[in-house]
Design a protein around this ligand. Structure first.
Ligand code: B16
Ligand code: MG
Length: 219
């Protein structure tokens, strides 16, 4: 029986990856590190500090900064990112997502958010969809990042549902792995090859209709 659907935020509900890209790119350039869109793909679903570490490694600067300096660099990126997301509106919802949230509500299926972003709440507010969520679990509330299942398990616990009755929706490979480790039904949005661990894969959110996901879950 399907009781809940738990969504990732970035890349599933909205495309904040572009804003993360702009903010990280500016910081990387300041440090003399060349940073392109292809590399940005590797930062999807990855925490802020881990993203910084990967960028420093890309530039061969892993040991150049103290922990305090790294915190300051991550803070600087986040201030820039916050300026960018402050301009988001409901128009930034990905295709089909509002319809899906509405239909889930109508069918009395619980809705959760499991995002690695500490800015998740702000983004949800900017998108005007706060009212749809029965729980929002973000990186600030968990110890372990994806692919660890903790964030999805915490969401299920707060929704008071058994993980096996949940669908998790993710665009990142680490996210799909986290959903599977939580013993939930995993839906991947994006590349078939990259997300092959998922139980069901759609190319874009436009294909993420209520009927399609329910059919996949009960198949
Ligand atoms: P913040 P998700 C993730 O969100 C993003 O995909 C990832 O690129 C970002 O670095 C991470 O959140 C942390 O974000 O710096 O705002 O805490 O895909 O799990 O919703
Ligand atoms: Mg994501």
């Amino acid at each position: 029986q399907l009781n809940a659907v738990i969504f990732d935020l970035d890349g599933v509900i909205t495309d904040t990856a572009e804003y993360h890209f702009i903010a990280w790119k500016q910081l990387a350039e300041q440090l003399g590190i060349t940073f392109d869109r292809a590399f940005n793909e590797q930062l999807k679903g990855v925490s802020r500090m881990e993203s910084l570490e990967r960028i420093l490694a890309l530039g061969g600067q892993t040991d150049r900064y103290t922990m305090a300096e790294k915190e300051a660099l991550a803070h600087q990126k986040n201030e820039h990112y916050k300026q960018l997301i402050a301009r988001m509106t409901p128009d930034d919802l990905l295709p089909g997502m509002l319809d899906l949230l509405r239909e889930l509500k109508r069918q009395n299926i619980k809705i959760g958010l499991a995002s690695a972003s500490k800015n998740a709440f702000t983004v949800i507010e900017r998108l005007g969809i706060r009212e749809y969520f029965d729980t929002i679990v973000d990186a600030a509330k968990v110890q372990n990042s994806k692919p660890h299942p903790e964030i999805f398990l915490t969401a299920a616990e707060q929704l008071r549902v058994d993980p096996s009755t949940c669908i998790g929706v993710e665009d990142a490979q680490a996210g799909v792995a986290a959903i599977k480790a939580a013993n939930m039904f995993a839906i991947g949005v994006g590349d078939k090859e990259a997300l092959k661990e998922a139980d069901y894969i759609v190319e874009t959110t436009a294909d993420l209709t209520y009927d399609a996901i329910v059919r996949a879950f009960y198949r």
